[in-house]
Design a protein around this ligand. Structure first.
Ligand SMILES: C[S@@+](CC[C@H](N)C(=O)[O-])C[C@H]1O[C@@H](n2cnc3c(N)ncnc32)[C@H](O)[C@@H]1O
Length: 289
């Protein structure tokens, strides 16, 4: 083997190893949340050393080197800024919180813990586990509903699982609620003026009405209708049956793309796995910022 091939193979192997151990990042975030590390670092008010953090978390000194490794990992992932000290004493390294860290703080209005638990729940992970088995099966008869998700959940789509499993419904409602809170602030800050001439609007898949509340507060003249499924609001409806009349339909489009990347409105990966998202492309966007 020539040296160039050897180096290319080693690099390829490194990437495969990265993927083999990808779960470590997820587990590091989970451990940080369980220990409330983000809350302790943020409330400290200034960079906190690993030693101080260990004391605050009541961790035995013998275990502090493990805490140091966890903190280093979380810093590499973007949750903390690391301030290295000269010398070998890992416990003297200090850390301060980044914007990302705020999403893991318990009392934050945009805390992402529930979403994290949902994303790692067997309900979400099982479709991936059975993907190989599903894709080898002959396609189901026409009529829709043939997805890895439905295959893993006895033919049920995500919102049917939500309707039938209270634990998932609770996590979805809480997770979506926190997500919309932040989104509604960004929406009003970045494109609030798009709504000013409207007399009425219907928020399709509007959950419990957080966006409508923000709209009504900014533009008291707008009549907002929140339109969602029966397990979320009452009166309820199904977007595939009818949408109440209004000057405009508001529909937030989910995308896996970065907020900085140009949007080409293609089917996202999630859309293919979670059939409920197809309603987003079925109706298109009202507001493009
Ligand atoms: C991912 S949440 C999005 C909530 C909010 N619009 C946002 O942008 O954050 C999707 C919402 O669509 C609702 N939904 C799903 N299928 C629906 C349907 N067939 N008709 C009406 N609402 C639906 C769900 O109950 C949920 O509240």
């Amino acid at each position: 083997m020539d040296s160039e091939t050897a180096i290319q193979l080693l690099e390829a192997q490194r990437q495969v190893w990265d993927h083999s151990y990808a779960y470590i990042k997820t587990m590091a975030v989970q451990s940080a949340m369980e220990l409330d590390i983000p809350g302790v670092v943020q409330s400290h008010g200034k960079p906190i050393t690993v030693g101080e953090l260990g004391s605050a978390l009541k961790i035995a000194p013998a275990r502090t080197p493990f805490l140091a490794r966890l903190m280093r990992m979380l810093a590499h992932m973007g949750y903390f800024v690391e301030n290295l000290k000269d010398g070998d004493d890992e416990t003297a390294t200090s850390y301060s919180a980044t914007l990302m860290c705020g999403f893991l703080v318990k009392d934050s209005p945009f805390n992402a813990a529930t979403w994290f638990l949902l994303a790692n729940d067997p309900i979400a992970v099982d479709p991936w586990r059975s993907f190989g088995a599903w894709i080898r099966q002959p396609p189901a008869a026409a009529g829709g509903g043939d997805f890895p998700f439905t295959h893993a959940h006895n033919g049920k789509k995500l919102y049917e699982v939500c309707r039938d499993v209270p634990r998932i419904a609770k996590m979805m409602n809480e997770g979506i609620g926190r997500d919309i809170w932040l989104f509604s602030k960004a929406l009003m800050a970045k494109c609030g003026s798009h709504f000013q001439d409207l007399k009425s609007i219907v928020d399709v898949g509007g959950h419990t009405g957080t966006i409508s509340e923000a709209l009504a507060e900014a533009f008291p003249g707008i009549h907002c209708t929140v339109f969602d499924l029966a397990q979320v609001v009452s009166p309820a409806g199904d977007v595939f049956q009818e949408i109440p009349p209004a000057d405009a339909v508001f529909l937030k489009v989910s995308s896996s793309k970065s907020y900085d990347a140009p949007s080409h409105n293609t089917r996202s990966d999630e859309e293919s796995f979670f059939p409920h998202l197809s309603m987003h492309t079925a109706l298109g966007e009202l507001v493009k910022c």
